[in-house]
Ligand binder design. Structure first.
Ligand SMILES: [Zn+2]
Length: 57
């Protein structure tokens, strides 16, 4: 398992953004700056709603 990508909907502005499941740095919404993912050392903690999972190939 190389890790998946997730389509995450921002809880503040509903912008949908692709986030890597093992993001090594904080991922912020491109529109409003809300934090969408926080690195934990393994699987990142997703702060928004995961609307879709994109399997890594
Ligand atoms: Zn946003």
């Amino acid at each position: 398992m190389a890790g998946n990508f997730y389509t995450v909907a921002c809880p503040d502005c509903e912008n949908e953004q692709i986030v890597f499941g093992k993001a090594a740095s904080e991922v912020a919404c491109a529109v409003c700056g809300h934090t969408l993912a926080v690195p934990t050392g393994g699987m990142a903690e997703i702060e928004g709603d995961i609307v879709d999972t994109v399997e890594a190939r």
